[in-house]
Design a protein around this ligand. Structure first.
Ligand code: ATP
Ligand code: MG
Length: 352
């Protein structure tokens, strides 16, 4: 079979990392007898500035039939963040019920981490972040008239479907990794949504008796991310907490430029979407120095999701070998002076 992947390079460094990484991904796929075709969609902020919308009205219908979607980045200095976010990323994640945001944090040999000396073991954990609701449900409003004091309300929404889906995905991952699950909430201060969440962790956990469950409040967890990052394995958290903890995770493993992400519909009714964690990074756009590794590792997650384990492993191993080699090219964010293209060219030589 031939996989069909929709590619949305997006804004800023998005097209730079996506286009450069493509040659590597194509060669690796060919070497593993995996056949795939890509269709490129030039959606994003340039389209918004020209036509008033990030994507066409029938975007979801056009994307529906693909096996997967690959996104570079969205964000633009001349377009408000809520427009870029809601007009493209959230439209896709919500429209396709991609309730699960899976973000691994893995410290490669040869990468400088502020915590390498501190950690007692390998840093290798994965955060399962609720991706479609919670604190980012966009519920609330502002009131000016009827009060002598201005008020704003921002509510969080926790549905059974959205919560149970992320919790179940995390338990599945913990089972697969034969590891521990850390549930991170703030149930002492948020007695409705977060206690509902905790109850669902207890309930779903009964189906996974072999998984050890650890419960942490997000404040304590933040401290432990610094103090004992090597002791985490699978982490499950709400949209807001997962957002914060995954940037912390990217910092712990060396650079935002190395971090991959995936937005998954576990039912597989809709395509899932893969993207590097970083944004459009206009401060380095056009300079040719964006780190492509977050993109390459996001393709690794894509192939894993589609069941192409050997191809996924080949991309991972090429990255691991390059980062462990002190003579290999690397981009400035991880201490080198090479460009995007040189890093990709070197990775191509390392594909088995
Ligand atoms: P957005 O608004 O789309 O989130 P941003 O301007 O906030 O974009 P981020 O992409 O979140 O930028 O990046 C934050 C910082 O990390 C920037 O200084 C950027 O240069 C750096 N950075 C991000 N991605 C990379 C990368 N792939 N390679 C090198 N540096 C990166
Ligand atoms: Mg940002």
């Amino acid at each position: 079979m031939t996989y069909d992947v929709a590619v949305i390079p997006g804004d800023g460094i998005g097209p730079e990392v996506v286009d450069h990484a493509m040659a590597l991904v194509e060669e690796a796929a060919a070497a593993h007898d995996v056949s795939f075709e890509t269709t490129r969609y030039d959606w994003g902020s340039e389209r918004y500035l020209a036509e008033g919308a990030m994507m066409p009205a029938d975007a979801l219908d056009r994307l529906r039939g693909y096996d997967a979607i690959f996104l570079g980045a969205v964000g633009h200095p001349d377009v408000p963040d809520h427009v870029t976010l809601h007009g493209l990323r959230l439209e896709i994640t919500k429209g396709f019920k991609q309730h699960v945001c899976k973000r691994p944090s893995y410290l490669f040999e040869g990468v400088t981490s502020p915590l390498r000396e501190y950690a007692g073991g390998d840093i290798d954990f994965v955060v399962y972040r609720q991706n479609t609701e919670g604190e980012y449900a966009d519920l609330g409003g502002r009131e000016y008239g009827g009060f002598d004091n201005e008020v704003a309300v921002q509510s969080a929404l926790f549905t059974r479907e959205g919560t149970e889906t992320i919790v179940r995905a995390a338990f599945e991952a913990a089972t697969e990794r034969a590891g521990k699950l850390t549930n991170i909430t703030k149930s002492n201060a948020q007695a409705h949504g977060m206690v509902f969440w905790d109850d669902i962790v207890t309930e779903v956990g009964e189906e996974y008796p072999s998984v050890e469950v650890e419960r942490l409040l997000v404040d304590a967890a933040s401290m432990d991310f610094v103090r004992r990052p090597d002791e985490f394995d699978v982490i499950v958290a709400s949209n807001l907490f997962g957002d914060i903890l995954t940037d912390l995770g990217a910092g712990i493993v060396g650079s935002l430029g190395l971090a991959p992400s995936s937005n998954i519909d576990p039912t597989r009714i809709h395509p899932s979407m893969f993207e590097p964690v970083h944004g459009s990074a206009f401060d380095i756009t056009g300079k040719g120095i964006a780190n492509p590794i977050g993109t390459v590792l996001s393709w690794k997650l894509l192939w894993e999701h589609l069941g192409e384990e050997a191809l996924a492993r080949a991309l991972h191993d090429a990255v691991a070998a390059q980062l462990a080699d002190p003579g290999a090219p690397r981009t400035p964010d991880i201490g080198g002076d090479s460009g995007t293209e040189a890093v990709v060219d070197d990775l191509r030589l390392r594909i088995e």
